[in-house]
Design a protein around this ligand. Structure first.
Ligand SMILES: NC(=O)c1ccc[n+]([C@@H]2O[C@H](COP(=O)([O-])OP(=O)(O)OC[C@H]3O[C@@H](n4cnc5c(N)ncnc54)[C@H](OP(=O)(O)O)[C@@H]3O)[C@@H](O)[C@H]2O)c1
Length: 262
C-alpha cells in the first residue's frame, strides 16, 4: 500500500489513475485548482478500498505545491509516488497568433508546474529516504511537430529533457524520476478548448481519423500505468502506452476494425 499524490486529478487521466490506485488500496491525495470537488465525485471515490483527500493546488504557484506536499505528508506520513500530471493545452491556432496570457498558462502549467513539483518532491523525498516522481509526457516529447499545437509540444519537449536530466541528477540516491507516455486519450483536454468550449480540432476529418485509430479512454491507459508504477524499481523509467508497434498495428487494422471515440 503506497501513499500517492497526483496533480491535476479532478478529471481525465489523473482521475482515472486515482481510481486504480484506490482500487489497489493506496492512499491518494488528489488535487486541482478548485477549492473542493463535487459531492458526486466524493460519493464515487468513497466506494473504493483506499482512502483519499482533496487538496486545492494550482501548480502555477510554487507555494501551492509546497502546501500540497505538507498536507499530503501530514495526512499519510510520507509520500511514495508523486505524479506531476496537471497540464494545459494551447489554443488550436498558430503559435505566432497566440495571446501572451495563453502562452503564460501553457508554459507555467506544463513546464514551471512540473519543475516546481519535481523540486518539492525530490527535496522532500531525499529527506524522507526515498520515493518516485513521475512526469506526464505528451505530443512534443517525441519531437513530433504538429501545427497549431506547437506551444504545447514545446512544453512537453522541455518536460522530457528536464525529467531525463532530473533522473541523472538523482542517480545513486533512493529517489527515482520517470516519465509516463499516455499516447492520445479521450478527455476534456482534446474535446474542449482551454476555456471549456468545444474544441475546433474535433471537427477536423483527418484529426478524427487519427484520433479514432490511435486514442484510448483514460481508464485503459491508467490500468496500464498504475500497476507498472507500483512495481517499478528503476530510475529513469519510461512507461509508454502507445508504442510505435501498437500505432502501426492500429493503422494496419483500421480498414477492418472500426474504433470510434469521437
Ligand atoms: N488527453 C490526451 O490525449 C493527452 C495526451 C498526452 C498527454 N496528455 C497529458 O495528460 C495530462 C492530463 O491531461 P488530461 O487529458 O487528463 O486532461 P484533462 O482531462 O483536461 O485534465 C486536466 C487536469 O489538470 C488540472 N489542471 C489544469 N491546470 C492546472 C493547474 N494550473 N494546476 C493544477 N491543476 C491543473 C485540471 O484540474 P482543474 O481544472 O480541476 O484545476 C484537470 O484535473 C496533461 O499533462 C496532458 O498534457 C494528455
Amino acid at each position: 500500500m503506497k501513499n500517492v499524490v497526483i496533480t491535476g486529478s479532478t478529471r481525465g487521466i489523473g482521475l482515472a489513475m486515482t481510481k486504480v490506485f484506490l482500487r489497489e488500496g493506496c492512499n491518494v491525495t488528489i488535487s486541482g485548482r478548485s477549492a473542493s470537488i463535487p459531492d458526486t465525485l466524493n460519493k464515487e471515490l468513497l466506494k473504493y478500498n483506499g482512502k483519499y483527500q482533496y487538496i486545492s493546488c494550482n501548480v502555477r504557484k510554487r507555494s501551492d505545491i509546497e502546501v500540497l506536499w505538507e498536507k499530503a505528508s501530514d495526512q499519510w506520513g510520507s509520500i511514495d509516488i508523486w505524479i506531476n500530471n496537471a497540464g494545459q493545452n494551447c489554443p488550436y491556432e498558430f503559435s505566432y497568433d497566440t495571446a501572451a496570457s495563453a502562452v503564460d498558462a501553457v508554459i507555467d502549467t506544463n513546464i514551471k508546474g512540473v519543475i516546481f513539483g519535481s523540486q518539492v518532491a525530490a527535496k522532500n523525498m531525499l529527506l524522507q529516504g526515498g520515493g518516485q516522481i513521475w512526469n506526464m509526457e505528451g505530443l512534443g516529447s517525441n519531437d513530433m511537430l504538429q501545427v497549431k499545437t506547437i506551444l504545447y509540444g514545446t512544453t512537453k519537449h522541455a518536460l522530457t529533457y528536464f525529467t531525463r536530466g532530473l533522473a541523472k541528477e538523482l542517480a545513486g540516491t533512493p529517489v527515482k524520476a520517470g516519465r509516463l507516455s499516455p499516447g492520445m486519450m479521450l478527455t476534456d483536454f482534446i474535446t474542449k478548448t482551454p476555456e471549456g468550449y468545444e474544441s475546433p480540432v474535433i471537427k477536423n476529418k483527418s484529426f478524427q481519423f487519427v484520433f479514432n485509430t490511435l486514442a484510448d479512454r483514460p481508464e485503459t491507459v491508467a490500468a496500464f500505468f498504475v500497476p507498472n508504477m507500483l512495481k517499478n524499481k528503476k530510475n529513469d523509467a519510461h512507461l509508454v502506452w502507445l508504442t510505435n508497434a501498437k500505432s502501426i498495428a492500429r493503422f494496419m487494422k483500421s480498414p477492418f476494425v472500426k474504433r470510434k471515440l469521437i
